[in-house]
Design a protein around this ligand. Structure first.
Ligand code: SAM
Ligand code: SF4
Length: 522
């Protein structure tokens, strides 16, 4: 199949598909801005694009299989004569290494998540058809960042990539009113099941001034909701004056180890903690109407950070704080670094300080050696915490993790599936109850978009009928809330603003209500 999308002016079209987490979504956004600025055009049609890029995820095998089947299809098309450049970005090539290029000859280049600044060169070489060795078609970090941590962090070109987005005048075209802002990269926790420390490298913390500047610039392009991203955001800690570039400007630095959080901060050093960072963003960028963050780690979440959340009206009362298991034995095998009791202590503390905080979590079922008793402890944890929603994953053994080396994947697939479905059922019932408690209350909703167009159906899942338009948004606690308005004009005028909604009905993952007041002052 010959691509027919190259414009007469030589503009190349790119189809980019993103798999996995919010970090990947953010990376894709940055990649897109970077390539648009270089004259590429993005399109939604994979079959017609000149370039197909996959931003891959390696956290579970299923995510990898999806990408590899797409790559397989492109191999068939290329054999039949389609002229298309194929690039693989993100965690899968970082984990697999350059051998992926011999295994899948249809892939022209690969680029790990920490090397995305090298993407334009890789892409241009591939388009020009320059015959390069495999190593020259691969930009991977390997374990470089762990070998020469401080130096590579100081030279972190990715900092420029993150910042470049905010200064891109075309940015608004590609985004909505919400944006992700990275505060840390990588991870040092080494949970035994997890590939992230290998694929995203050592934990690097961005200077607070850069983060705040990025937020300011995003606000100038129309963004009003910011979600701060990091693998364990509450471990954010930036020590000033120790990582500077040649111009004396602060640059990203390697995050402190876990033990740093057991000791008081050295008073001789000037440090920005997670609590300080939240407070600064809230105060210094007041046009951010909603500030959220993901993902929290159940250890080392300070009272100060909870108090800042409570006292700053534009910081959302929402925590995503994965427990992973309700069994201390399994938590230990996972190397999570906390006990169930410590997890529950944190949840209690959070709810004492912020009574209306909503909590979401993640659980892995079927971790090696997990017994029915372990599993029942996890179910009991779910009932105690009452998550607003809980993501449940089946354990997936990942190459180059400690768990795959050390433990046999001995929980049968059918058992994993049964446990997963059971927890989804239990979790669904709990979030149903929790959502029901909002019936009769008025909630403040940030309006995200018009719901997908569909006919009115019975029950709570009201969507669309001939005369009304259904809108969807979120509460400060991250609960999805839908409501109807009378016209498309009204609908469009509400997107990106706040409304108060009287909740009249609910479902396990949804509130439904009646709009009270079109614009709400926060
Ligand atoms: N940094 C976050 C934390 O520690 O809570 C999680 C990041 S991870 C990319 C997202 C979720 O994927 C994890 O919380 C975990 O539940 C799940 N996950 C990670 N590795 C997994 C594996 N090997 N099998 C199944 N689920 C996995
Ligand atoms: Fe993976 Fe654990 Fe780091 Fe989260 S904290 S990214 S689960 S190693």
């Amino acid at each position: 199949m010959q691509s027919n999308s190259t414009h007469h002016d030589g503009t190349r079209s790119i189809y980019l598909e993103t798999f996995g987490c919010q970090m990947n979504e953010l990376d894709s956004e940055l990649v897109q801005d970077q390539l648009v600025a270089l004259g590429f055009e993005f399109m939604d049609n994979r079959d017609e694009a000149d370039v197909v890029l996959f931003n891959t995820c390696s956290v579970r095998e299923q995510a990898e299989n999806k990408v590899l089947s797409r790559v397989g299809q492109l191999g068939i098309e290329k054999k039949k004569g389609r002229d298309v450049v194929v690039g693989m970005l993100g965690c899968l090539p970082e984990r697999e290494g350059a051998r992926i290029l011999s295994k899948y000859p249809q892939v022209d280049f690969i680029c790990g998540p920490s090397e995305l600044d090298k993407l334009p060169t890789l892409l241009n070489n591939a388009i020009a058809g320059i015959a390069l060795s495999r190593s020259d078609r691969a930009a991977l970090q390997g374990n470089r960042s762990r070998r020469s941590a401080t130096l590579s962090a100081a030279k972190d070109n990715l900092e420029l990539l993150d910042l470049a987005r905010a200064f891109n005048p075309d940015h608004r075209r590609t985004t909505s009113y919400s944006a992700y802002v990275r505060i840390t990269r990588g991870c040092n926790k080494f949970c035994t099941y997890c590939v992230v420390p290998n694929t995203r490298g050592a934990e690097v913390h961005r200077p607070p001034d850069s983060i705040i500047e990025e937020c300011r610039q995003l606000v100038a392009t129309g963004v009003i909701e910011v979600t701060l991203l990091g693998q364990t955001v509450n471990h954010y800690r930036y020590t000033h004056g120790v990582a500077l570039n040649a111009d004396g400007k602060e640059v990203p630095q390697i995050g402190p180890g876990l033990t740093a959080f057991k000791k008081p901060i050295d008073v001789s050093q000037q440090v920005t903690t997670f609590a300080n960072l939240l407070q600064r963003i809230h105060d210094e960028v007041p046009d951010i109407q909603r500030l959220r963050f993901l993902t929290s780690y159940p250890r080392d979440f300070s009272d100060e950070a909870l108090v800042v959340m409570r006292d700053c009206p534009r910081i959302c009362n929402y925590l995503h704080v994965p427990a992973q298991s309700g069994s201390n034995r399994i938590l230990k095998l996972m190397n999570r670094g906390y006990t169930v009791e410590e997890y529950l202590e944190f949840i209690d503390r959070a709810r004492t300080i912020i009574p209306d905080v909503e909590i979401a979590g993640d659980i892995i079922v079927g971790f090696p050696t997990e017994t029915e008793d372990d599993f029942m402890e996890t179910e009991s944890l779910l009932r105690k915490v009452r998550f607003k929603n809980n993501f449940v994953f089946s354990y997936s053994p990942r190459p180059s993790t400690v768990a795959i080396e050390r433990f046999e994947d001995d929980v049968p697939r059918t058992t994993k599936l049964r446990r997963l479905n059971h927890l989804l059922k239990v979790g669904g019932a709990i979030s149903g109850e929790l959502h029901r408690e909002y019936e009769g209350e008025v909630v403040d909703v940030f309006v995200e978009r018009i719901s997908p167009k569909s006919r009115r159906t019975n029950g709570v899942e009201l969507r669309w009928n001939n005369s009304t338009v259904q809108m969807t948004g979120r509460t400060s606690g991250d609960l999805i809330c839908v409501f109807d308005v009378d016209s498309l004009e009204m609908a469009n005028s509400l997107v990106g603003g706040f409304v108060s909604v009287l909740v009249t009905e609910s479902a396990p993952l949804l509130l439904k209500g009646v709009i009270q007041d079109p614009v709400l002052a926060i």
